[in-house]
Design a protein. Structure first.
Length: 183
């Protein structure tokens, strides 16, 4: 993408789902977060440590077509980043429960050849505005411990670590969670 000002972020529509799913969902990482736990009689300790891998690892971010379809509902957040020529460059999915003022940031995906150009950050900023307009108080983002690029994106956006789940994803990957208050 040569001109970042030509980037348009808009609400996703049903016709965007296949275009979003066709984006390159792979990523590269040099680091992983290692989780170790220690349990005693009256105490549990959990440690997270950033470890450098011996070589760069290619990983596949799991696509979830159903999550995109559910996010089409007006009370959910499905954003699409598009170039001026109409090419889909990325998307974001954030789901909400009507019973809680909390949104769950599920997916931030940017096409591989335009990553590190601020598209993910801009998607997250627009999602924050959407959250304000929908009276959301907190956003909780999730990712795998090996998705170091996503961890960096969330931290860069001001999210702070708030927990983990050791068998959260369908493939039994560990999830780490980051959150931010919506102002």
């Amino acid at each position: 993408m040569q001109n970042p000002s030509s980037l348009v972020i808009r609400d996703g529509i049903a016709q965007d789902v296949p275009r979003c799913l066709s984006l390159d969902h792979t990523y590269e990482t040099d680091y992983v977060w290692q989780v170790s736990t220690r349990e005693g009689t009256d105490q549990r300790s959990i440690a997270l440590r950033k470890d450098r891998l011996p070589r760069q690892m290619d990983a596949l971010y799991i696509k979830n077509p159903e999550r995109l379809k559910v996010a089409l509902a007006p009370e959910q957040c499905f954003l699409v980043a598009m170039a001026g020529d109409g090419e889909v460059l990325g998307y974001l999915v954030m789901t909400c429960s009507p019973a809680e003022p909390i949104a769950h940031l599920r997916d931030v995906v940017v096409e591989r050849d335009v990553r590190r150009q601020g598209i993910g950050t801009r998607l997250m900023k627009v999602a924050g505005i959407w959250a304000q307009q929908h009276n959301i108080q907190r956003i909780i983002a999730e990712t795998q411990t090996r998705n170091y690029p996503a961890i960096c994106l969330y931290q860069h956006a001001g999210y702070t670590f708030c927990g983990y789940n050791d068998r959260y994803f369908l493939n039994q990957d560990i999830a780490v969670f980051f959150c931010t208050s919506v102002r």
